[in-house]
Write a protein that binds this ligand. Structure first.
Ligand SMILES: [Zn+2]
Length: 215
């Protein structure tokens, strides 16, 4: 929950910052369009003036002025080019971050809903299970939790027991060698090769059921 809140907060900050930068670039693009036009007009005007001058000193001074304006225009055009490249990059990152933010926000909303159901006037049994679930998840390793949540997007029951040597989620047979292996590697997570659900051996499932009943 705290991790999710943090994730939402940091993504939100990054999205806001990027949006502000995109806006800045758009402002620059908007105003420099006019500035460049003005500079070009000034250049044209100066060049026209140059034909009417009476001496070399005036001619040179206008030449200098034209070069100065041209230099400024080139600098501004270069700034615009750089800005449009970073705008593209920003927009790509912004798209990715916005998606991440939406994902984190919806995950957070789900958790909040679960918590609310704990405080609301709901079924006592249900509250108990949700509390247990939240407690277990809090103790779970991050990568395991992510994997569990990923599987849960495909299957209502992410974890199923092996019954009669078969996955009780999809009923495909599990090799007895593998079941033996599972019994000796209690810490390792096994998934069904057919449906991807997390598998637990029958004795583990019975143990869990007993704990839940006692709670
Ligand atoms: Zn299966």
């Amino acid at each position: 929950m705290k991790k999710l809140e943090l994730k939402v907060r940091t993504r939100k900050l990054a999205v806001d910052e990027m949006q502000a930068r995109v806006k800045e670039i758009e402002n620059l693009q908007g105003t420099s369009h006019i500035t460049i036009q003005e500079m070009q007009d000034k250049e044209t005007k100066l060049t026209e003036q140059q034909f009417k001058v009476n001496n070399n000193r005036e001619f040179d001074s206008i030449t200098k002025e034209v070069e100065h304006v041209k230099g400024e225009r080139a600098a501004l055009e270069e700034r615009l080019r750089t800005a449009s490249v970073s705008e593209e990059n920003l927009k790509a990152s912004l798209e990715r971050l916005t998606a991440e933010l939406a994902e984190a926000q919806s995950a957070l909303a789900d958790k909040q809903k679960e918590l609310e159901s704990l405080t609301g006037d709901h079924n006592v049994e249900l509250k108990k299970f949700i509390a247990m679930r939240l407690k277990v998840i809090a103790d779970l390793d991050d990568t395991l939790e992510a994997e569990y949540e990923r599987i849960r997007t495909f299957h209502r029951e992410a974890t199923v027991a092996i019954r009669r040597d078969s996955c009780s989620g999809c009923y495909s047979a599990i090799p007895s060698q593998r079941i033996m292996e599972m019994k000796y590697n209690r810490e390792k997570m096994y998934t069904c090769e057919n449906c991807g659900r997390i598998l637990v051996t029958e004795d583990v499932a019975d143990e869990v059921e007993a704990i839940v009943e006692e709670a």
